[in-house]
Write a protein that binds this ligand. Structure first.
Ligand code: HSE
Length: 411
């Protein structure tokens, strides 16, 4: 029998306990060992549960118990998750986690510490919830030179956008529903402002291209400025708006990494990824395009990935797994403003719509004009030709109108 501990009994932690208990027999067969939850660390009390006696409030009980060989860190946040994880790894315990913030910020360091102590640090649940994506990238696609990873990486925002577009639900209502369903982070800012998707694309980029990408180096924009007018114009253009995380290797061995809402053609598979579903598209030189799709958030889908990592860690108590990457050099992530894109623009004319139209054509060249039902007389919406972001956004400032919306197109 192998003793494990769970740190955190929130949405994911309680799901991990539930799956480990409910599927104990089957899990024991897979792990070739019975897995016993010895402790659950949480400062809150949970009376009335069938496993209430397992709760502790002192981390040192886990740290100092040599029988605990695997620890699931499902607390979230950087502190004290970082200190607890580091101590566990240094004490020779494997750690599995769903904590993308910690992996994105400290993954290189924690993986090094795991290696030095011949234990595992596994984090399948940190990207794509229940979708198996990190292992396939690290293992099944390892023969390839991977050069692009992009996807819909946040269930909450995808749920919100889908509700807004398909059901005409207002943003606050859609967000409240996502929180009720356990999709959203404790602080929903991380979801709606793109930080959660940013952490996930950092992890994907690190794994795919072998060098750590820090969230601070990634241009990140959320969905809070998107309105129903923008989604209507997108529809006219044959597109939907999705929050897209994207990482691409550039010719000079650097990496372009961004998170922003984008017009996605309805012809693309990503356009049809709705509700809480996530999708990760990976491009490799041998395999071509591969798409991973599934539930990207929620208690049991995420617990499914955490428990799989626990089983894997139990099966590899004295051998190392393959997940790792190196530190990146300064300047590895390129300046996003150098990227070439097309931009959707919605603007309100200062004087007249025709003057705005003339000025827009003078600034950007040939434009693709868009329309929507109920379009105000003084509103103009168009898509620019390709140009560098730097150029496009500086031209926008010269328009004789107020810019109400600007969204990049996914090429
Ligand atoms: N808040 C995250 C999401 C949870 O909505 O995708 C899963 O990482």
């Amino acid at each position: 029998m192998i003793d494990v501990a769970i740190m955190g009994h929130g949405v994911v932690g309680s799901g991990v306990a539930e799956v480990l208990i409910k599927n104990a027999e089957h899990i024991a067969k897979k792990a070739k060992n019975e897995i016993n939850i010895k402790y659950i660390l949480d400062l809150r009390d949970f009376p009335g549960l069938s496993y209430s006696e397992k709760f502790i409030k002192d981390f040192n009980i886990i740290l100092n118990d040599p029988d605990v060989r695997v620890v699931a860190e499902v607390m979230g946040g950087l502190h004290p998750a970082y200190e607890f994880t580091k101590s566990c790894l240094e004490a020779g315990k494997s750690v599995v986690t769903s904590n993308k913030e910690l992996v994105a910020q400290k993954g290189d360091e924690l993986l090094r510490i795991a290696e030095e102590n011949n234990v595992n640090y596994l984090f399948e649940a940190s990207v794509g919830g229940g979708i198996p994506v990190l292992r396939p990238i690290a293992q099944c696609l390892t023969a390839n030179d991977l050069y692009e990873v992009q996807g819909i990486l946040n269930g909450t925002t995808n749920y919100i956008m889908t509700k807004m577009v398909n059901e005409g639900v207002a943003f606050p209502e859609a967000l409240a529903e996502a929180q009720r369903l356990g999709y959203a982070e404790k602080d929903p800012t991380a979801d709606v402002e793109g930080h959660d998707a940013c952490r996930k694309i950092c992890i994907l980029a690190a794994l795919a291209f072998g060098k750590h990408v820090y969230p601070k180096d990634v241009y990140t924009e959320g969905i809070t400025k998107i309105t129903s007018a923008d989604t209507a114009y997108a529809d006219f253009a044959g597109c939907v708006i999705k929050l897209i995380g994207r990482a691409r290797l550039t010719e000079n061995g650097k990496c372009s990494v961004t998170v922003y809402p984008a017009f996605v053609s309805k012809k693309s598979q990503l356009a049809h990824v709705d509700d809480v579903f996530n999708a990760v598209a990976v491009r490799g030189d041998a395999v071509g395009d591969v798409l991973f799709y599934g539930r990207g958030a929620g208690k049991l889908p995420t617990a499914s990935a955490v428990v799989a990592d626990i089983i894997d860690a139990v099966k590899h108590l004295s051998s190392r797994k393959y997940l790792s990457w190196d530190k990146a050099e300064e300047g590895y992530v390129t300046d996003h403003t150098e990227a070439t894109v097309r931009l959707y623009v919605r603007a309100k004319a200062d004087k007249c719509r025709d003057c705005l139209k003339a000025k827009a054509e003078e600034l950007f060249g040939e434009l693709q004009y868009l329309g929507r039902n109920g379009e105000p007389d003084d509103e103009l919406a168009f898509i620019t030709p390709f140009a560098s972001e730097k150029t496009l956004f500086s031209q926008l400032e010269k328009l004789n109108g107020t810019v109400l919306g600007a969204v990049r197109l996914l090429d």
